[in-house]
Design a protein around this ligand. Structure first.
Ligand code: OOG
Length: 251
């Protein structure tokens, strides 16, 4: 791809205006796609935003099948996209938002390589989460480089109460409800076959693009189930067995 800055500017404008853009006409590879993502985040941070952490995408078969994409992807989570547990989420800036239930880890130490991810203090705490994804591309359709460039569709996140991390509890039931109706069920074991692998995977992808995971950051480990459309007025709740629940109402 010739113009990383141009594509980043187009995606940045789509985020700021809430208007979808066509997929780029030119093909480009995954390495260039991460350069676009880097520039997109740089633009956002230059406006005073900060990073709350990082995320993985397509870590479960359900999500890969839903989107027709077959590689794990890495994105950044801006602080300004936080949605308070039990609060209202303003949908006016979104294009075609969807929600998915997530396991969220609190990173406890500097993680510079996959080996660091297995240190006893690497994960400080765990919580149930809901991620809002909102592709900036028309019709929510994209190739693997497209979705990486678009910061993996990251658009919002809510985190429930933090609990001590217990590595023996890796295969837990997950329920996503909208307006009190169960719309997705799954298991945290669907995340990479075992969500304990998520931090190592995030570290591997971060290392490849020259980034280090910082203590105090969160990691959204990737949806355990396919995503559901998010409509105004919807009450969304995710519950993970033994970890509790997190919710918000779309306004
Ligand atoms: C990409 C983001 C996928 C996940 O948890 O799998 C993702 C998308 O589906 O638009 O965040």
């Amino acid at each position: 791809m010739t113009d990383i800055h141009k594509l980043a500017a187009v995606l940045d404008e789509a985020v700021r205006t809430g208007r979808a853009v066509p997929r780029p006409e030119q093909d480009y590879d995954v390495a260039d796609a991460y350069r676009v993502q880097e520039e997109l985040i740089r633009l956002r941070l230059s406006r005073g935003d900060r990073l709350a952490g990082v995320k993985l995408g397509f870590t479960s078969e359900g999500k890969r099948r839903q989107m027709g994409v077959h590689d794990i992807i890495f994105g950044r989570v801006p602080e300004s996209s936080a949605i308070g547990d039990g609060s209202y989420a303003d949908l006016s800036g979104y294009i075609h938002p969807r929600v998915e239930p997530e396991v969220v880890y609190l990173i406890g130490r500097r993680v510079a390589s996959p080996a660091d991810a297995f240190a006893p203090d690497a994960i400080a705490a765990v919580a149930p989460g809901i991620e809002v994804i909102d592709s900036r591309y028309e019709d929510f359709r994209f190739s693997l480089p497209d979705v990486i460039a678009d910061n993996t569709s990251a658009a919002g996140y809510a985190v429930g109460q933090w609990r001590p991390y217990d590595p023996s509890r890796w295969n837990l039931g997950v329920v996503l409800e909208i307006d009190g109706r169960v719309v997705q069920v799954g298991s945290t074991g669907a995340i990479l076959g075992d969500p304990r692998r998520a931090l190592a995977e995030a570290a591997r992808l971060a290392e490849r693009i020259g980034t280090v995971l910082e203590p105090g950051w969160i990691l959204l480990a990737g949806a355990a189930t396919p995503a559901e459309p998010l409509a105004p007025g919807a009450r969304v709740r995710a519950e993970i067995q033994h970890l509790g629940s997190v919710s918000f109402t779309a306004s």
